[in-house]
Design a protein around this ligand. Sequence first.
Ligand code: GTP
Length: 597
Amino acid sequence: TELKNIRNFSIVAHIDHGKSTLADRLIQLTGTVAERDMKQQMLDAMDIERERGITIKANSVRIEYPAKDGETYILNLIDTPGHVDFAYEVSRSMQAVEGSLLVVDATQGVEAQTLANVYQAIDADHEIVPVLNKIDLPAAEPERVKEQIEDVIGIDASEAVEISAKTGLGIPDVLEAIVNRLPAPKGDVTAPLKAMLVDSWYDPYLGVVVMIRVIDGTVKKGDQIKMMQTGATYKIDKLSVLKPQMVDIPSLGPGEIGVFTASIKQVRDTKVGDTITHDKKPCAAPLPGFKPSIPVVFCGLFPVDANDFEALRDAIEKLQLNDASFSSEMETSAALGFGFRCGFLGLLHLEVIRDRLEREYDLDLITTAPSVVYKVHMKDGSVEDLHNPADMPDLTYVDHIEEPRIKATILVPDEYLGDVLKLCQDRRGIQLDLTYAGPRAMVVYDLPLNEVVFDFYDRLKSVTKGYASFDYQFTEYREDNLVKMQILVNDEPVDALSMMVHRDRAEQRGRAMCEKLKELIPRHMFKIPIQAAIGGKVIARETLSALRKDVTAKCYGGDATRKKKLLEKQKAGKKKMRQFGKVEIPQEAFISALKMD
Ligand code: GTP
């Protein structure tokens, strides 16, 4: 295909603003998929994505569009992951296309996540076409939202396309805008092959499938290719385009987007952002700015039932086939037994993986408190990456500790602003900016990632009744007065409850933890001290008094069914208990104790 007849684009949108519905419409209107094959939301491949309404893996579709100018165009849509955890993958897929549709729900307006993604599109020099969706709804305010796009994002919205992805209204205008307002790709067909690895995934029948965008040269089936970062070479077995199902194609030239298979064993062997070239006739230099995605949030995953360890190992391995950014290492905990220390790109990534392990593999898991990676500077000058607070080296050898900081952007209706500021302040935040966009405030905070990983989203949602939107990006590692706090139950340290805290907050946090645990741990036949300690020093203490009466005593021995129910409830509760020395701690205590109110 000639370059001038190609348009490559992505869709930038906040969750629920209608990205998938619009993509479905574009596919449908151009007859890319026969009507009877049209599944709602074709592009969200995985059930879990559909259920959670989140698009995780980039997908793509090639559309043939006969435009009003009489020419037929190839439109390549790359579906980018919508969440900040996948920021690096988003930025690479943005590099692979020349333009973006910015979809904004005309009843809602711009959200924090939209901002982050649209800035990435601007960074990638995209031409951006604003699209106002859901104008079929009476609450739609297209004029106000246009103004907001101009005020907040700073791009011209006067020619925004007004559509309803639901009814199909305005979809032909979107197609014309793609052709007329987005630039054609550039490239040199005579140069050696240079292609970007945009995405890859594991297909049970085909093995690893790699999506590429050709920059220069041509790639054909049977070619011997080389991945420039990893140095590995492969022979292309199958070359296809996605419509969105795979359709084989003999070759792909500059500006084109497609997928190939090449007997690649694991997704791990394919690095998003890598440069692909011919083994024998390589291009002069790889694409700039390659960086691998690295896990930033770690937590321990342990089976509730020790017999499930092998099943957990298998399940983790299966998920890793398709997700190279999720790492795992075996871990033993005195309290929790055998399990895995796992690394994730962010909180949402962690939640998705944990959910899949529990639901798809039917595992009952204990998740320890998520922790960020601290940089521990030792007195001898070495620096250790601390992934698990339980592994904190002896303080006498430690010079100082650095923690990751983030820049968080929160958009919130004015009436909740006070609560949001308080929340950020409580989490050791430093305010960087506060501006207004219509009735909503945009606050920017510098926050320790550590204070955000646990329940920041939940708290933010609850104090704003769900009206705030939040987004963050990593900024730097910075020194602070951080210490490891241990929790002792009945004088035994429970390593799964160890955490890193700021020295100034330690007492407060320790007290809150002990109080919570006192409520969460059932009473035993003996008195149980619950303590928080730093080093050898106890900073908070609670005592759980001994149980005196039989639990069934209050049933007066009369109502047998009620008694039976109570005993059954106890039995069910027991399944989710863990034994710590002489004390049984319910599974939910591990998470609940760490939540801060
Ligand atoms: P994620 O995949 O979660 O990022 O969401 P999305 O942006 O792809 O949104 P999606 O297309 O799933 O649409 C979200 C909801 O809005 C769905 O319930 C759609 O049916 C609805 N919706 C999408 N477009 C329109 C529209 O034009 N009008 C109305 N009334 N509803 C719409």
